[in-house]
Design a protein around this ligand. Structure first.
Ligand code: ADP
Ligand code: ADP
Length: 237
């Protein structure tokens, strides 16, 4: 469902973030991308969602090239892809519910999204998503009143409300303590298993990758240096 063909990303200053990457990722996989800081993990996720343009190659999502899509076609592909960031990227002063409803923006006209009034069906979806991550009781609380782990759960609920088929999580637990890390990783894993959402998680620690992923992709200097099932992953990082 996700295919990268000879993908390179060179930043304007000449740094090669990715160098001729080839990957095929199937529906429902739970993949950990590991590598030292600067290896290209973030560049990889940002390329898949086309948060930036790649400089070479092609990325195919469910049979359609996101690299060559524009306008409505691009928005339709992106609607299927949910992003989760280390810093949660919530609207801090908005309620939890409003933050989760933001996942529905791609389904409505721009005007409706600006006005921020969503149909009742969306509110139902948002509550269903909040229930799935166990924080429905926090719906009317301001996002910045929650703990880090709870805020990351709001971000997970947002991609669930989006009805994303792919989750790209860029170091989602990097700013969380060990216990909260486990809770958030458990949530991501459970959602992957229950809903079959293809999940790619950038992780700094190989131990977490081994514990949760079914496939590990190791990056070094923008190149894939390991790609295989967890059982084949050595202690190398
Ligand atoms: P990781 O997520 O594994 O830490 P990144 O994808 O952030 O790695 O970075 C890969 C390489 O690209 C690094 O050498 C980094 O310095 C460089 N890089 C990342 N973002 C930019 C940017 N906006 N401009 C220039 N170089 C960048
Ligand atoms: P405001 O528009 O000033 O934020 P509202 O009274 O319209 O205040 O909404 C209060 C809260 O109710 C919102 O912050 C949001 O969390 C929630 N809410 C309930 N239903 C909806 C809906 N259909 N669309 C958007 N927000 C909703």
């Amino acid at each position: 469902m996700i295919e990268l063909r000879q993908v390179s990303k060179e930043y304007p200053n000449g740094t090669k973030g990715l160098n001729k990457i080839n990957l095929t990722i199937g529906q429902g996989e739970f993949i950990a991308v590991v590598g030292l800081s600067g290896a290209g993990k973030s560049t990889l996720l940002r390329s898949i969602n086309r948060l930036h343009d790649i400089t070479e190659g092609d990325i195919i999502i469910n049979g359609k090239s996101i690299t060559k899509s524009h306008g409505k076609a691009l928005r339709m592909i992106r609607r299927d892809i949910g992003m989760i960031f280390q810093s949660f990227n919530l609207v801090k002063r908005s309620t939890v519910l409003r933050n989760v409803l933001a996942g529905r923006v791609g389904y409505h006209s721009t005007l409706r999204s600006i006005l921020g009034r969503f149909p009742a069906a969306d509110v139902d979806l948002a509550f269903g998503a909040l229930e799935r991550v166990g924080i429905a009781d926090k719906a009317y609380i301001r996002a910045d009143q929650l703990s880090g782990g709870q805020q990351q759960r709001v971000a997970i609920a947002r991609v669930l409300a989006q009805e994303a088929k792919i989750i790209l999580a860029d170091e989602p637990v990097a700013s969380l303590d060990p216990l909260t890390t486990k809770q958030v990783m458990d949530d991501l894993k459970r959602i992957n298993q229950e809903l079959g959402i293809t999940t790619i998680v950038n992780l700094h620690f190989i131990d977490l990758a081994r514990e949760y992923a079914t496939r590990i992709i190791g990056l070094r200097a923008g190149e894939v240096v390991f790609d295989g099932p967890v059982s084949d992953a050595t202690n190398e990082r």
